[in-house]
Design a protein around this ligand. Structure first.
Ligand code: IPE
Ligand code: IPE
Ligand code: MG
Length: 241
């Protein structure tokens, strides 16, 4: 398939992969069926993003609030994640993808943590797309952790309170491993952030689509990139005539 490469490809794309459950239920299937189909889309979008020259792709796979879901669904999501990591590790490696994770990883089931570590190690030296999985991630708690670590340093006398600036705060967030997202895509028609990358998205361009994640194709991804490439980003300044 020949997906046209727009002139202005975002360096970092973040995606809230939403709508799996509704997509399945609409067809009379269990929600988990939607998560399975969604995993296929992850494979495709990772490949397409890499081919288009995106440097960072951050996928919101499980929020801190998603722990409120029934145990069955949570367990199914984590076994799906393990299958994805097992099945994809060599393909990711061959394609030069480097896997990273953000979020409260300690809360994940131990086998899941183990697989994440393994794939992160295996792909750690790759130079292509960086794929960041946000797992048990919540932007507010990430900011709380950053504040705690800065406060501890102030208490020990390592830094003065008046030395705290934006770059210091940024450096203590789990997202310090990546640039700020240029483009956020959210599928399924919902138009909210659901506690995703609140600090980092101060100047991100938003793209909302009614398509549910299991239907979100390579072409839909390319459309989002092309809409982004026509946007005018001002960052509070003025565009020169
Ligand atoms: C997104 O789909 C996947 C996760 C949140 C893990 P949902 O499971 O939220 O699907 P809907 O929004 O209920 O349809
Ligand atoms: C956000 O989707 C989290 C992920 C996609 C992983 P949710 O479906 O959990 O968000 P809300 O509850 O509709 O805001
Ligand atoms: Mg949802």
């Amino acid at each position: 398939m020949n997906l046209l490469k727009p002139h202005n490809v975002p360096r970092h794309v973040a995606i809230i992969m939403d709508g799996n459950g509704r997509w399945a239920q609409r067809q009379g299937e269990a929600r988990v069926f939607g998560h399975h189909s969604g995993a296929t889309r992850v494979r495709e979008v990772v490949e397409t993003a890499g081919n288009m020259g995106v440097d960072f792709l951050t996928l919101y796979a499980f929020s801190e609030e998603n722990w409120r879901r029934p145990d069955d669904e949570v367990n199914a999501l984590f076994s799906l994640l393990i299958s994805y990591l097992k099945d994809e590790v060599e393909r990711l490696h061959e394609n030069g993808v480097r896997l990273k994770s953000i979020g409260n990883i300690d809360r994940l089931p131990p086998d899941c943590q183990e697989w994440l570590r393994l794939v992160e190690q295996r792909t750690g030296n790759n130079q292509g797309l960086t794929l960041v999985l946000a797992l048990s991630y919540g932007a507010r708690s990430d900011m709380v952790r950053a504040c705690q670590s800065i406060a501890a340093d102030v208490q020990r006398g390592f830094i003065q309170a008046n030395e705290i600036d934006e770059s210091l705060i940024q450096s203590r967030l789990s997202t310090s491993i990546m640039p700020e997202p240029d483009l956020l895509i959210r599928t399924s028609g919902e138009q909210r952030l659901s506690n995703f990358l609140l600090w980092e998205m101060a100047y991100t361009e938003f793209y909302f689509t009614p398509i549910h994640w299991p239907d979100f194709s390579k072409e839909d991804f390319a459309t989002a990139i092309s809409v982004y490439s026509d946007r005018e980003r001002r960052f509070g300044g003025l565009i020169s005539p």
